[in-house]
Write a protein that binds this ligand. Structure first.
Ligand code: DAH
Length: 340
């Protein structure tokens, strides 16, 4: 009836599979949609009616044999794989090296900033990220109704009757903490996270980093401030960098200024980074307000001081020509890899 039935059965019987591919090959050859079995089933319509019964029995025999074989081969292969997993590792194989990691660009900037200020005799100080109203606002001479205290800008944690707790909105709070504890001369920088309730965009984030620095001693002048920052930006952005100060206002400094540096991309000629002005802003600064000194029990008649604050993200974006502040917190390896 099926002339080569014995040959077919022997073939199936003797089939061996060492791997997945050979197992797949068996399926497609015998049990698959285009396999032998299907072919035999398709032919049933051409078989004369009186022979169909016998034909069907033979096809069934082949089907059973093929299914049994498939089961056996699958089991065999699974056992083989399990045995391989339990084999000891081949220690003589060559090593595939992992890609080397790199410091996050913000860490790189932070370390460089610290290095520059340490060389100028500044030490490093630190303060909490969860801060009270006194250190973040009141001691820094913010009037009670100042808009920065508003829910719009500050993440409040608890509204106490006499002292609110909030995520610090700037590292100037560390200024207060250090001045309360130490006596002049004091020269210190503090770098850390700050938080503001702002919509996240290309230029703004609700979480970023600042460096705050200040110097309090006898006869500290605005010239000292200028010299310090001038040296800093030339170290960080190169010797050709120019600096300019624009009058501004902060509650904790008087006089206050915003500082710009000449655009280190175009050298001041004008480009996209500096919006064709030749200058880019990098932070605020000024002479510490006598009220702030008094709040920290330092006599403003005897001592004067300067302070400054800059954004670490901002500096890093300028240093590395990064156009989107959100990249710093997205942890995309393709971005981070560029800084190794
Ligand atoms: N705290 C200010 C801010 O967050 C930055 C700043 C400005 C710090 C002037 C200062 C300063 O120490 O003198 O925007």
């Amino acid at each position: 009836m099926i002339p080569h039935i014995d040959q077919l059965l022997t073939e199936i019987e003797q089939y061996t599979a060492q791997n997945k591919e050979q197992l797949e090959q068996f399926k497609s050859q015998y049990t698959g949609k285009k396999g032998v079995l299907q072919d035999l089933l398709d032919q049933i319509k051409n078989i004369p009616a009186e022979q169909r019964k016998e034909y069907g029995q033979q096809v069934n025999k082949i089907k059973e044999a093929a299914q049994e074989k498939l089961k056996a081969l699958t089991e065999q292969l699974e056992n083989l794989q399990a045995a391989n997993v339990n084999k000891p590792h081949d220690l003589t194989l060559p090593v595939i090296p992992d890609g080397l990691g790199a410091l996050h660009p913000l860490t790189q900037t932070t370390r460089r900033v610290i290095q520059i200020f340490e060389r100028m005799g500044f030490n490093i100080s630190d303060g909490p990220e969860i801060e009270d109203d006194w250190h973040n606002f009141t001691a820094l001479n913010f009037p009670l109704n100042h808009p920065a205290r508003d829910m719009q800008d500050t993440f409040f944690i608890s509204k106490g009757s006499d002292n609110d707790m909030a995520l610090r909105t700037h590292t100037s709070s560390v200024q207060v903490r250090v001045m309360e504890k130490m006596q002049p001369p004091m020269r210190t920088v503090s770098i850390g996270r700050v938080y503001r309730n702002e919509a996240i965009s290309v230029r703004a984030h609700c979480l970023f980093h600042q460096v705050e620095g200040f110097y309090v001693a006898k006869n500290v002048s605005f010239k000292d401030l200028k010299d310090t920052l001038y040296h800093f930006v030339r170290e960080l952005f190169g010797n050709e960098t120019k600096i300019r100060f624009r009058p501004s206002f902060f509650p904790f400094t008087e006089p206050s200024a915003e500082m710009d540096i000449s655009c280190h991309i175009c050298g001041g000629k004008g480009c996209n980074v500096c919006k064709h002005s030749g200058w880019v802003e990098i932070g605020g600064c000024g002479m510490i307000d006598p009220n702030v000194m008094k709040n920290c029990n330092i006599d403003p008649e005897e001592y004067t001081g300067f302070a400054f604050g800059m954004g670490i993200e901002r500096i890093t974006m300028l240093r590395n020509q990064i156009k989107d502040i959100r990249l710093f917190t997205e942890n995309d390896v393709r971005f981070l890899k560029q800084f190794s």
